[in-house]
Design a protein around this ligand. Structure first.
Ligand SMILES: C[S@@+](CC[C@H](N)C(=O)[O-])C[C@H]1O[C@@H](n2cnc3c(N)ncnc32)[C@H](O)[C@@H]1O
Length: 208
């Protein structure tokens, strides 16, 4: 999908649907919080949520005392919804409206988190651009936690075709700069009771 089509798609989703009218809604992003703790993130760790949308992960991280939290998303409407929900606490988060495949990071991060954004990049050129940004943004020794639909998960989300992964195929897509250190499957229940199979893989950034 072209960049403009991609952005228009997501702006329309967030402009027309409430928080719990989207399949990916989670009241509490428990698997992500568990994995961020597992990689040893400290209160001062720089954490970025890629394609964070209107997720409650930022709220939870701020509530847990994480002081350097960034949310990046293609949709300004999604970020506005998250900011409005967080009220005064939104000021403790850095908000970036950008397409991750074209973004130029201006700082380095200890933790890169992505739940259900990378899998929308089905074109190898976009996937490679994502990995370039990941490599630039994540410090050596930092961790990338990437959740996608599992290889036996749904083929589409939000009307768009996705790329599905297991830990090995995701590791192969990221390339040799990322050591796989953990992988687990997760069954997400949508607000209307359907089950979606996800995989969450954690990688440590190492020299290429
Ligand atoms: C299925 S939603 C998941 C949102 C959030 N991570 C969560 O778990 O609730 C996918 C998100 O990825 C964002 N997204 C899709 N493609 C993107 C891109 N190329 N760059 C940045 N964000 C993107 C969308 O705007 C949307 O918010």
């Amino acid at each position: 999908m072209a960049d403009t089509g991609r952005q228009a798609h997501w702006e329309n989703v967030y402009a027309t649907k409430g928080e719990n009218q989207v399949s990916w809604f989670q009241q509490t992003p428990a698997p992500s919080l568990e994995l961020i703790e597992l990689v040893g993130a400290a209160g001062s760790s720089a954490i970025i949520d890629i394609g964070g949308g209107a997720s409650r992960l930022a709220d939870c991280l701020v509530a847990k005392g994480y002081e350097d939290v960034t949310v990046l998303d293609l949709s300004a409407a999604a970020l506005a919804a998250a900011r409005a929900r967080m009220g005064d606490k939104a000021g403790r988060v850095t908000w970036i409206a950008a397409d991750v495949t074209a973004w130029e990071p201006s700082q380095s991060y200890d933790v890169w988190h992505d739940r259900a954004a990378f899998h929308f990049l089905t074109d190898p050129t976009d996937q490679a651009a994502y990995v370039v940004r990941l490599s630039r943004a994540l410090r050596l020794g930092g961790h990338a936690i990437i959740g996608t639909f599992a290889s036996d998960g749904p083929e589409r989300c939000s009307g768009l075709v996705v790329s599905r992964y297991d830990a090995n195929s995701l590791a192969a897509t990221l390339g040799q700069g990322f050591e796989l250190i953990d992988s687990r499957r997760h069954e997400h229940t949508t607000p209307w009771g359907a089950t979606q199979k996800f995989q969450f893989s954690t990688f440590r950034r190492q020299p290429d």
